[in-house]
Design a protein around this ligand. Structure first.
Ligand SMILES: Cc1cc2nc3c(=O)[nH]c(=O)nc-3n(C[C@H](O)[C@H](O)[C@H](O)COP(=O)(O)OP(=O)(O)OC[C@H]3O[C@@H](n4cnc5c(N)ncnc54)[C@H](O)[C@@H]3O)c2cc1C
Length: 256
């Protein structure tokens, strides 16, 4: 979404509009794009505003996935912002990893981005973050969840025990997660990621310590609920020890 006219000049209206935009959004530019897996692009966004951010691993940003300078009518609002976890932030740039799941304003935005494009977003924000007081951390989710998990795993102290299941369609869909060897990877093939019985079954099979730790469940909403029920009802984990962040579910658009 370039901010400049084809001739490289700013439109006069932008001179008025840009300061207003800055009140609501942080703006950066795409510095680098890498195809991390067949369906995930790693998008690095940098710029002076991005340097001033503060971020806790697990937090996300809400990206404006339409032309920020186009008028937005009430009926279009739900298609304007989409939520993406921050894969990494090094003080100079932040990286997002949108999954290309097919149709949707977010998926289309991520597919069409090119180096140099402007990205406007709100945040980072969110409470889906590590409980650093825990000695044991359990992660469960699918492709989209693994973006947040990557950032959280990177931030864990070495002595913390890690368990978890990450389910992806195919081995090629695995993100390069830290402590990957301590996680179990589940491959669902052509089966749907929604309400995934294989992810739940893989969590059931985990040999966990007798004392509950903290669980982080993210990704498709109904799968998250099923895994939460398993941990609370069958393993006796306290509800407060199970953090759930539904990212998407069939039929819902732009979950936050
Ligand atoms: C806190 C948070 C963090 C998130 N982090 C990431 C992230 O790092 N990377 C990422 O890719 N997504 C992430 N998501 C999920 C992302 O916001 C949703 O997938 C979003 O729906 C994508 O917007 P869209 O416009 O492409 O599709 P929408 O218009 O929102 O959805 C249209 C339809 O597409 C389908 N759909 C949506 N997402 C998926 C999917 N992943 N797989 C299969 N079908 C789907 C559903 O049927 C949905 O009804 C996150 C969500 C939240 C709440």
């Amino acid at each position: 979404m370039p901010t400049e006219s084809p001739a490289g000049r700013r439109r006069p209206a932008d001179l008025l509009f840009d300061p207003l935009l800055g009140l609501f959004f942080t703006r950066g530019r795409v510095e680098h794009i890498e195809q991390l897996t067949p369906r995930v692009r790693r998008i690095r966004v940098s710029g002076p505003d991005v340097r001033a951010l503060s971020w806790t691993p697990g937090q996300h940003v809400r990206v404006h996935v339409k032309d920020v300078r186009a008028p937005v009518w009430a009926g279009m609002l739900r298609d304007v912002l989409r939520t993406y976890s921050v894969w990494s932030y090094d003080g100079e740039g932040l990286e997002l990893c949108p999954l290309d799941h097919g149709d949707g304003p977010g998926a289309g935005w991520a597919r069409s981005l090119r180096v140099g494009d402007e990205v406007a977003f709100r945040g980072p924000e969110g409470r889906f973050v590590l409980d650093r007081s825990a000695a044991h951390h359990l992660f469960a989710g699918e492709e989209t969840a693994s973006v947040a998990f990557g950032a959280m795993l990177r931030a864990l102290p070495e002595e913390a025990r890690v368990d978890g299941v990450v389910e992806v369609a195919d081995p090629r869909d695995r993100l390069p997660l830290p402590r990957s060897a301590e996680l179990r990877w589940s491959f669902r093939g052509d089966a749907a990621a929604a309400e995934s019985p294989s992810l739940l079954a893989a969590v059931r099979e985990l040999d966990l310590p007798p004392e509950p730790g903290v669980a982080y469940l993210a990704g498709e909403a109904r799968t998250c609920q099923a895994v939460r029920r398993h941990l609370v009802d069958e393993r006796g984990w306290p509800r407060r020890s199970v953090l759930v962040k539904p990212f998407w579910t069939p039929g819902r658009r732009g979950m936050d």
